[in-house]
Design a protein around this ligand. Sequence first.
Ligand SMILES: [Fe+2]
Length: 230
Amino acid sequence: MLIQPFVLTPFQQNTRIVACKTTRRAICIDPGEASEAIVDFIDENGLELLAITLTHGHLDHVGGTTYLSGAFPDAEIILHRDDEDLYYGLPDQPLFLGVQPAQLKALGLEYERPPKLTRNWEHEEVYAVGNLEFSVRHCPGHTRGHVVLAEMNEKKVFVGDCLFAGSIGRTDLPGGNYEQLIESINSNILSLGDDFIVYSGHGQETTVGRERATNPFLTGAYNVSRGKYI
Ligand SMILES: [Fe+2]
């Protein structure tokens, strides 16, 4: 598996091109913003972009969809149905984060309505990219329609904003639910096994084993109902 990260947006989001080295077929997981570097990377490495695969609908994960889809119009655009409201409401998302309309342009957060989705993810579907096979798992909690993509042979999982090295996704935005997120992480990520490498939407890579052993939200060290360490 070829994995090329691009750290984009004021939110330092990890956009990734993921490709099968044998067939050169590729996907872009979560294009955060318009990026010529991504288009150049695909072209210069002779990759065929099959799809723009979205883990969830937040602006820092879908903001580059219009640009990338314009460069590769044959690529599918796939998102879980429960995040369609976020996706199609992209132009309004910065306002929900408290950004003033007059500031949108200066912050690079001025969006047009993104292109129509090709289809929706289904929980437990297997999505093939050349010889790679991704198990798609619906993981609500950070957003209603969040999914993670797990490649079972190479033991790598792309978790978007569900899980981070030492932390978990925020649950205070619309559609967020703390108990649901913990349940999603337990059933769909920790269950993969300790040797899986975890690729998050922000920050460094980690492993399932490291997070199971040390992540305070998963070990019980942090008690969210009391809002402090116990
Ligand atoms: Fe997010």
